[in-house]
Structure formats: C-alpha cells, structure tokens
Design a protein around this ligand. Structure first.
Ligand code: AMP
Length: 170
C-alpha cells in the first residue's frame, strides 16, 4: 500500500505558507482506509489501553475506527463549548492559529490508560494539550498514534516520555 498516493498536498491552505495534507482521498478508499487503521493499530495494541481518545475533528474518524478495532471505548476531545456537561479545558497554539480542547470531567477515572489519536502531528501543541487533559482527569496517556507526522516541525519534542507512532512521515 503506497499511502502517500492517498494524501493530497494542498499549498497555502488554510493560510499562506501552510502545506495542508488532505486525507479525504484515503478515507474514501475502503482498502486504503482499512490498511491505514491496521497500520495505526499494530504498534499500539501492546499498550493495553482502556480507552481511545480522538481529537476533533479528523481524530474522531481515525479514533473511532481504532476503538472498534481494539474493542475499546471512545472519548471525544472536543473544540470549546461543544460538550454539554462540566469539562476540563486546555488551550494550545496550532501550526495555523490558537484553539482549545475540552473533555468531560468524568470521561476518565484514575487508572484508565488512554491512547490518543489524531490524523496529523504538526507542532505537537494539539497532542500536548490532549495529553494534559487526560492527566488532569487522573488517567494516564499511554501513547499517541497518528496517520501523518510532519517530522520537520518536531512535534515529538513537546511529548517527552509519551510513545508516539505514525504511519507516514514527511
Ligand atoms: P499541531 O498542534 O501543530 O501538531 O497541529 C495538529 C493539528 O492540526 C491536527 O489536528 C491536524 O489535523 C491539524 N494540522 C496541522 N497542520 C496540518 C497540515 N499541514 N495538514 C493537515 N492538518 C494539519
């Protein structure tokens, strides 16, 4: 499977200077999407996670598929003001802007082992905020799995001590 054939590079989106990696061609191909989920699952199955947490929005797509594959529950880390009950909130800087993520305060309990899932690791700010949310709830973040890692942006450096797995590295 040549995964790069299913990623479309879009220059200057959503801002000048950003090379956007569009994964919608991957999602619309049943074989490629299935193989991508298999490749993201393989290195993380030994982590004995109890939950998968997907990051809004594209992390929901990969995360829900991984949760089904691993037979684990799924928790959404959402953009602000979407969740209806009390939340923890973490703000972070993006490759192209600022944002925050929230989880319900009762999403996890101490002792839970959480696998974090997103589509792309860029500067690592999003994933670091997601990890903090897990830790604030008393649970442990046991790994991060991504489809794409933009290695030049050194996102891993913001995630010291957290096992990080990616299928495609640019
Ligand atoms: P960062 O916090 O910088 O690691 O950014 C990661 C988040 O932004 C992920 O949720 C990605 O979906 C999105 N993202 C950042 N840069 C890109 C890019 N070049 N192409 C596609 N998505 C991106």
């Amino acid at each position: 499977m040549i995964f790069t054939d299913f990623v479309q590079d879009v220059p200057d989106f959503p801002k000048p200077g950003i090379l956007f990696r569009d994964i919608t061609p991957l999602l619309s191909d049943p074989h490629a999407f299935h193989q991508a989920i298999e490749a993201m699952t393989r290195p993380v199955s030994p982590l004995h996670a109890t939950h998968v947490m997907g990051i809004e929005s594209r992390g929901f797509i990969f995360g829900a598929a991984l949760a089904q594959r691993l037979e684990l529950g799924f928790v959404p880390a959402r953009k602000p003001r979407k969740l209806p009950r009390p939340t923890y909130l973490e703000a972070y800087g993006l490759e192209y802007g600022d944002d925050s993520l929230e989880i319900h305060k009762d999403a996890f309990k101490p002792g839970d082992r959480v696998l974090i899932v997103d589509d792309v690791l860029a500067t690592g700010g999003t994933a670091a905020a997601a990890r903090k949310l897990v830790e604030r709830s008393g649970a442990s973040a046991v790994g991060l799995t991504l489809f794409i890692e933009l290695a030049d942006l050194t996102g891993r450096e913001k995630l010291a001590g957290l096992p990080v797995f990616s299928v495609l590295r640019y």
